[in-house]
Design a protein around this ligand. Structure first.
Ligand SMILES: *[C@@H]1O[C@H](CO)[C@@H](O)[C@H](O)[C@H]1NC(C)=O
Ligand SMILES: *[C@@H]1O[C@H](CO)[C@@H](O)[C@H](O)[C@H]1NC(C)=O
Ligand SMILES: *[C@@H]1O[C@H](CO)[C@@H](O)[C@H](O)[C@H]1NC(C)=O
Ligand SMILES: *[C@@H]1O[C@H](CO)[C@@H](O)[C@H](O)[C@H]1NC(C)=O
Ligand SMILES: CC(=O)N[C@H]1CO[C@H](CO)[C@@H](O)[C@@H]1O
Length: 830
């Protein structure tokens, strides 16, 4: 369970919030209106539990600098109410503090209460105890579910009202959401689904918050609920009901990652294209899902098998760094769009089709005109004559002309720095290389039956195999299934040639022990979460102990009735003796099974920095490697500087890691990403899909784990690892993430900003060419023509600087003699 520790409340923050006056939020067929003015809302998703309160101000500031005017978040019921009627709003679950952080920077907030959230979040954000209440049925016309949902949603709405956080009270919240993508699964519930949707709408309205409510992916949402679009592209989406604006609540900036899958990437050019198209065709509100993805700390990742990193290839990376050029390229787009707000939201809109997927849209308002030249053809650039000027529109791009004459932005032309991030060793190590941690260790206990047949700490005995979360309520990943079988001397199974145990499980990981001996481990792979475990074994005459340990790796979060997807040993457990064609089967499924939830080391809180664990013995010699079920502990100094910190867990198998008692999440470096499907180059053109532009094939799915700076003290930080599969901690290293190489590839007429991070300066400039340079960052080369003066100019103003700004034109960089539009390419080292 992820009850985060109490973090002292920053009162300074509370005092800094503005006493803003109430505004009237409404909408019409074109846009959301704030005090009667139609607005363009550019929003980004940041989920508060996926970072820390100490990171929030910086994340919000970078969102604002990136041109957003709103932040969106879900509300995560299962972490706020981990046990029935026991609430937690502390630390990174402090929703009020998060909303006030948004407010203190003058941004709007969009609150998607759900409470179903999907979001690759454990169990879609609904509490597992809710599923264990008799007669409950999720997300349909079911009294038990609706009563609990109402209790939670009411609490959240009241909490927001109490702090005056709705716009109608002077707060930042301009929109709220009830349910979530219900339209995708409603068919499953027939008329009950319709009743439930109406009930949701009535519930939302009953709160009288003074702000509009949305229901995303819900075409038939009852008025006045506003249906909105989610997807990679929403330009061809139009609301079914008249009088509501075209709004896009989830524009997927990238994609999430599973254990065993490669790293997905969505190019800055394609995201920008999708956004520009949306605004070309009448959109006025859009939200990036995600703008900062962050980290699934503790056991919060959904799935099964969602990784601990939820980077998402978002404009801010997992650690809060600018993901460049994505952040910068979108920033420029946001500024252009916002400069045209009045005309876009009020103007008369006219689109002319030029054929071949090329179209020109003009908005016209009070004598002002803005134009979008769009080319959705994925292979051929287009040159068109528009108002007696020739314009070239690259394939799969949109050009924006705020005066219908000058192109100020094209989605395929990136003029922002590209940063190549590096992980550098802990500088607090006094230069000793490699820094060797001193490890202590102790073994985790295997649960076992005592002589009298009982099991210490068991919670339940049943003559059946029980579904895992119905026993654990998901308070732990681990559940022991323990039984025994008495084999008499003349049992026919002893006459067979070979005996195996067959366990059919719904996943996700199974360890088996017979008579105290580990006989095997198996985990789900290739998306097949149910599997049959089969191993040879020897039985002894008399009582044989059978101990099975099942582990989950995130509960399902999506799909109709996802809540009923079973985990744990739900099939059968059999001993199968084989002799030629004959089989002797002893079915243990209806045996007496003793259940024990969790592991002893968790029970003792070996990861915590409390006296409770101090009294336990840790060994400092004979460090075991490649041994399953070992706890490791070490101390380390915090890396110097301000750059984000990660721990490299290469060499470890699977388990969980903690720093100073705070969980970094599950780790599993041994699980390698698929070998296939990666490409060296990534074409931004053509519709994106989550299997396009993959990297990291054949490498550990996730090797580095984020340690937020606020988890660290200057020295004597304690790291604890629980190693479930067996691994080697000798290569564990602490590193900082910063910009290693900064490249520029900018077109004439732009101003290029080049910068390092964390106080570093540009220490070297490896390549400069102004003209027609070829290649890309890391492999630039000189083209047909270039200016001989560019190199000296760039060296002069950039070398030794934290940041520098270069006007890209012949005046500063010298004449090139090229006939085409000049470009500037730079590769600098931070
Ligand atoms: C894209 O352009 C090519 C070349 O002009 C043309 O053959 C093709 O039909 C176009 N594709 C679409 C979808 O219009
Ligand atoms: C799980 O929750 C049920 C009620 O929903 C409760 O009766 C049971 O004791 C809980 N079990 C554990 C292991 O917490
Ligand atoms: C196991 O079975 C044998 C023979 O049926 C019996 O004598 C013995 O008491 C049993 N042992 C236990 C622990 O039940
Ligand atoms: C079973 O016993 C045989 C003979 O002692 C031994 O060789 C074999 O490894 C054992 N198998 C298992 C699965 O323990
Ligand atoms: C509401 C919902 O389920 N939205 C999902 C859309 O798909 C993205 C994929 O990442 C999920 O994260 C969202 O939660």
């Amino acid at each position: 369970m992820t009850i985060s520790r109490i973090v002292l409340f920053s009162f300074a923050l509370l005092l800094s919030f503005c006493l803003c006056s109430a505004v009237q939020v409404s909408y019409d067929e074109r846009a959301l209106t704030i005090d009667g003015e139609r607005r363009i809302i550019l929003s980004g998703s940041i989920h508060y539990p996926r970072s820390t309160p100490e990171m929030w101000p910086d994340l919000v500031q970078k969102s604002k600098d990136g041109g957003l005017n709103a932040i969106e978040t879900y509300v995560f019921w299962n972490v706020h109410e981990p046990l029935y009627r026991q609430y937690n709003f502390e630390g990174n679950l402090d929703l009020v503090r998060f909303i006030k952080t948004i407010q203190s920077q003058g941004l709007y907030a969009i609150l998607r209460i759900g409470p179903y959230v999907c979001a690759e979040w454990n169990y879609g954000g609904l509490p597992v105890w809710l599923h264990n209440i008799p007669d409950v049925k999720f997300r349909t016309n079911n009294k038990v579910f609706e009563d609990e949902m109402k209790t939670f949603v009411t609490m959240i709405v009241e909490m927001m009202k109490h702090e005056n956080l709705f716009a109608s009270q002077g707060g930042p919240i301009i929109l709220a959401q009830i349910e979530n993508e219900y339209g995708n699964i409603m068919w499953k519930f027939g008329s009950d689904g319709v009743d439930y949707m109406d009930w949701c709408a009535q519930l939302a309205l009953s709160y009288d918050t003074g702000v509009p409510w949305i229901m995303c992916q819900q075409d038939n949402a009852p008025a006045p609920m506003i249906s909105t679009c989610n997807g990679y592209y929403c330009d061809q989406y139009y609301p079914k009901r008249k009088g509501i604006p075209k709004m896009w609540t989830e524009n997927w900036t990238g994609w999430f990652k599973n254990w065993g899958s490669q790293d997905p990437h969505r190019t800055a050019r394609d995201v920008a294209f999708a956004v520009a198209r949306f605004f070309q065709f009448g959109g006025t509100l859009q939200n990036y899902y995600m703008y900062h993805g962050g980290t699934n700390f503790g056991r919060t990742s959904g799935g099964p098998y969602i990784t601990t990193s939820y980077d998402y290839d978002a404009p801010l990376d997992e650690y809060g760094n600018l993901n460049q050029p994505k952040w910068g390229h979108l920033q420029k787009l946001h500024f252009v769009l916002r400069s045209m707000e009045k005309v876009l939201t009020n103007g008369f809109q006219r689109t002319v089709d030029y054929g071949n997927m090329v179209s020109v849209t003009t908005y016209n308002y009070e004598g002002k005109e803005v134009c979008f030249l769009g080319n959705a053809n994925q292979s051929s650039d287009a040159t068109i004559n528009f108002q007696n000027t020739m314009f070239t529109i690259p394939a799969w791009s949109v050009s924006i002309l705020p005066d219908c004459y000058n192109e100020v932005y094209n989605t395929a032309k990136v003029n922002s720095q590209q940063s190549i991030m590096i992980k550098s060793p802990n500088e607090a190590d006094d230069g000793e290389e490699p820094y060797q941690l001193q490890w202590n260790w102790r073994s985790e206990h295997f649960a076992h039956r005592k002589k009298d047949g009982t099991v210490d700490g068991s919670s339940l005995i049943a003559n059946a195999l029980l579904e895992q979360k119905s026993v654990t309520n998901d308070t732990s990943d681990y559940l022991w299934y323990i039984t025994s079988v008495n084999i008499s001397q003349n049992d026919p199974i002893l006459t067979t040639e070979q005996i195996t145990i067959q366990v059919s499980t719904s996943g996700h990981v199974l360890h088996a022990f017979i008579n105290g001996k580990h006989i095997g481990t198996q985990f789900a792979q290739n998306g097949q979460y149910s599997f049959t475990f089969e191993r040879k074994l020897n039985l002894t005459i008399g009582v044989n102990d059978i101990v099975l340990l099942s582990a989950t790796v995130g509960l399902a979060n999506y799909g109709p009735e996802y809540e009923d997807i079973p985990v744990g040993i739900t099939g059968s457990v059999q001993l199968v003796g084989t002799k030629s064609n004959q089989k002797v089967i002893i079915d243990l499924s209806k045996n007496q099974w003793i259940y024990k939830v969790g592991l002893a080391g968790y029970e003792k809180q070996l990861y915590a920095q409390t006296p409770k664990s101090a009294s336990y013995v840790w060994h400092d010699i004979g460090l075991p490697t490649s041994r399953m079920f070992v706890w490791y502990k070490s101390t380390f100094p915090a890396p110097l500087g301000t750059d984000p910190v990660v721990v490299d867990l290469m060499g470890l198998g699977k388990g969980e890691a903690w720093v100073n008692g705070q969980s970094l999440g599950r780790y599993w470096p041994k699980f390698e990403a698929n070998e296939d499907g990666c490409s060296y180059s990534c074409d931004y053109r053509g519709a994106y899909g989550s299997n396009k532009c993959l990297t990291n094939c054949g490498k550990p799915t996730q090797r580095w784990y984020h340690i937020p700076r606020s988890f660290l003290k200057a020295d004597n930080n304690e790291i604890v690892l629980f190693e479930e599969f067996g691994g080697n901690p000798w290569n564990v290293q602490f590193q900082t993430v910063t910009i290693g190489t900064a490249c520029a590839d900018a077109y004439e007429g732009n101003t290029l900003e080049l910068s390092c991070q964390g106080g570093r300066v540009i220490s070297d400039v490896k390549f400069v060419s102004f003209g027609l340079p070829q290649g890309s960052c890391g492999s630039f080369s000189v083209g047909r023509c270039e200016s001989p003066k560019a190199y000296a100019y760039v060296m002069n103003i950039c070398l030794g600087k934290v940041r520098c700004s270069i006007p890209v034109n012949e005046l500063t960089l010298g004449p090139t003699g090229c006939k085409e539009t000049n470009r500037l390419a730079i590769e600098a080292v931070c």
